[in-house]
Design a protein around this ligand. Structure first.
Ligand code: WTA
Length: 665
């Protein structure tokens, strides 16, 4: 272990899961030759996919123009995104096929076919036009998980208006920042959406935002989801049902240039102002359609696919809306949280005040074939216990996916055994808002998986793990870089080219720097190690949070864990662990020490946490990422910085209490 090693690796995993015959006998992709084909000529490979998966108004002759750091894919081609997601399927006789089985949190349901979706989208495109919106304008969307949300997005795409979806959990300040940066002319919202049995207000936040800024917004369109009595500002605010009443359900899908801006999606950096990540049309749709089809082994005629994310995140953009619809998928869309008050479950089991089996209930009722969710959700299900699944028939599931964070091997195994009944492949998909679509993931009919590893780059994408000096690491830890442009890559940061260059392209010359640590093992498998900002430096050893957290969760008493490096006079930093125990485990000093020792045994003494705090919960963003910055503040006894993106504000107080309590003991 040398001092200049970027990030050291401590963990080794020996379990492997080759694709099963029962799966490969019917899988879309089983021949690894596709990787060679893509490596030999990746531009031709993507050109072929673009022509096979999409319908073009005008074919392209230029596959890629690459002027680092700016890529243009298929630039002289023309297509319309909403035509590709809707009209062409209807032309192929699929008008009566279900696009979404939607389920509200209170248990109300709605089914919308491709033809109905096209009608609604066309109507709303006409509404947008009526309000004066035209190509290259931007519109903000701040909505719950209701069908009107994809309708609004596709209606924008149909006429070349770029949307900027603002996650429904964000505050008025976030609305102001995003609307001002994008100069949004309209906000599409709802009175509220249901979350944990209650309407969670949206329109009042829009009102507050517009009282305090966001001057560019002229119009607000409001869906009535919860029948709340809300303020409607005359001349500015319009009900969705009113403006849609007489709208005409026919709107020509205008051919758009391949590089037409499709959307902005803001990602919050840890400190600075959010970055408006830009995604354009044809390249984006090519890669999301390709990955959605082959990574989930999607069979549109028989599958019922469910991505249980929120459309407010990129996962929802790419894998609830654009990818699935481009592939003529039948999807499930669900409004609420995995635990819901009991009375909201139709015919639900009466076991406890809150039902914790909503996901399994939905999978059983709709016979879901693919489930795509986040490691944080899986660890929550682990904490709730496998009994929650026992009364549900999950045998329809064929492929399981995860995204958003490194999945620790124990959570992977739990997902495999309890949800996948030990015979369903798991695809651990690494990607980012910036990458638009999957980049590193198994392909279920080809890849032998290892629990906790995202395995390999997809065909046509190329990654390298590098050390501090940018030299390629053949085996061991380092930083993840992408070495060639890819079709769904971000096209920049909205109105901030300098920041684009600086954030992604200046750390390693000629390569995209993802900001993640990664290691490559002796078989060439990639393991993601978390954000490099979170890497801990203990006596000169750079240790990833992901490995220590995995080792903590590996202890039978531990359900969830987060670690941070806190300043330490002797070692530079010391590792502090925050741990949530499984339901049945009792707190004690002995247990804390045992957990610390467990890490030392798994990874070596250098990785032994100096302290382990038992806490009731962990601070997370609404997309489920642990906010380690806040935990560092707690560990170092500082006042907390910005907590606006925190999902549950009460968690930090509980942790501070938990940390104090553990200290006292
Ligand atoms: C992390 C979500 C490990 C990573 C699509 C990345 C992952 C950030 C994985 C992007 C995974 C996402 N394994 N880490 N399978 N997937 N990440 O922009 O740190 O919300 O850089 O996009 O999530 O988060 P974002």
């Amino acid at each position: 272990m040398s001092e200049n090693q970027a990030i050291e690796e401590f963990y080794t995993e020996n379990r492997t899961f080759p694709p099963r015959e029962t799966f490969t006998s019917n899988a879309l992709l089983t021949d690894p030759q596709i990787y060679n084909e893509a490596s030999e000529d990746y531009e031709s490979f993507w050109a072929k996919q673009a022509r096979e998966l999409l319908t073009w108004h005008k074919d392209f002759t230029n596959t890629l123009e690459w002027n680092l750091p700016y890529a243009k894919w298929f630039s002289d081609g023309e297509l319309n995104i909403s035509y590709n997601c809707l009209d062409r399927h209807i032309e192929n006789g699929k008008g009566s096929k279900v696009a979404y089985h939607w389920e509200g949190e209170p248990g109300d349901t709605k089914t919308i076919t491709y033809q109905e979706l096209l009608d609604e989208v066309s109507k709303f495109s006409n509404v947008l036009k009526e309000f004066g919106l035209k190509r290259n304008d931007t519109v903000a969307i701040y909505m719950p998980m209701i069908i009107e949300l994809p309708i609004a997005m596709l209606a924008c795409a149909r006429i070349g208006v770029a949307h900027s979806v603002i996650f429904g959990g964000f505050s008025p300040d976030a609305i102001i920042d995003r609307c001002e940066d994008a100069e949004a002319k309209m906000i599409i919202t709802a009175d509220a959406g249901y979350r944990r049995g209650e309407p969670s207000a949206l329109k009042v936040n829009v009102d507050t935002a517009l009282e305090n800024g966001a001057q560019s917004v002229e119009t607000v369109v409001v869906v009535n989801r919860c029948d709340l009595d809300i303020n409607m500002n005359s001349g500015r605010d319009f009900w969705w049902h009113d403006v849609m009443k007489d709208a005409i359900p026919i709107c020509h899908p205008e051919p758009m240039p391949a590089e037409q801006l499709l959307y902005l999606l803001y990602t919050s950096g840890t400190t600075a102002k959010p970055k408006g990540i830009m995604h354009t049309s044809a390249g984006y749709l090519t890669q999301v359609a390709f990955t959605h089809k082959y990574v989930f082994d999607l069979k549109p005629d028989t599958d019922v696919y469910w991505c249980a994310a929120d459309i407010g995140w990129v996962t929802g953009h790419s894998y609830i809306v654009y990818g699935p619809l481009a592939n003529c998928t039948t999807s499930v869309m669900y409004e609420g949280t995995p635990d819901t008050p009991r009375e909201s479950l139709r015919n639900g089991p009466e076991r406890s005040e809150w039902s914790k089996d909503r996901l399994w209930d939905i999978i059983e009722r709709y016979k879901v074939t693919q489930l795509y969710t986040a490691p944080t959700a899986i660890r929550t299900f682990m904490k709730w216990g496998s009994d929650e699944l026992s009364n549900h028939d999950l045998s329809s599931l064929r492929v399981l996916g995860t995204v958003g964070e490194p999945i620790n091997p124990e959570a992977w195994m739990w997902y495999h055994e309890h949800v996948g009944r030990s015979n369903t492949p798991i695809v651990d998909t690494w990607w980012q808002t910036e990458t638009g679509g999957h980049m590193i993931t198994p392909i279920p009919g080809i890849t032998t998986t290892k629990p906790g590893s995202a395995c390999f780059t997809i065909p046509g994408v190329f990654a390298e793990v590098v050390d501090d000096d940018g030299n390629k690491v053949e085996q061991g830890g380092g930083y993840l870089t992408i070495t060639h442009p890819w079709p769904s890559m971000l096209r920049g940061i909205w109105r901030d080219p300098d920041r684009y260059l600086e954030t992604y392209w200046s750390t390693y010359e000629g390569k995209y720097f993802a900001g993640d640590g990664a290691k490559i093992d002796e078989d060439g498998y990639l393991w993601l190690l978390g954000r490099v900002d979170d890497v801990m430096n203990v006596s000169g050893h750079r240790i990833s949070t992901a490995e220590v957290e995995s080792a903590l969760v590996d202890h039978p008493a531990v359900a969830e864990a987060a670690v941070v490096g806190a300043t330490d006079e002797t070692t530079g930093q010391s590792i502090i662990g925050y741990v949530i125990l499984r339901g049945s485990s009792e707190e004690s000093d002995d247990l804390r020490n045992e957990i610390r020792e467990h890490v030392a045994t798994k990874l070596g003494p250098i990785a032994r946490p100096k302290a382990v705090f038992l806490v009731p919960d962990l601070p997370k963003t609404r997309s489920g990422k642990i906010m380690r910055r806040l935990l560092r503040d707690v560990a170092e006894g500082r006042n907390l910085g910005d907590t606006t993106t925190l999902a549950d504000q009460s968690v930090v107080a509980a942790i501070q209490e938990g940390a104090q309590h553990s200290d006292e003991n």
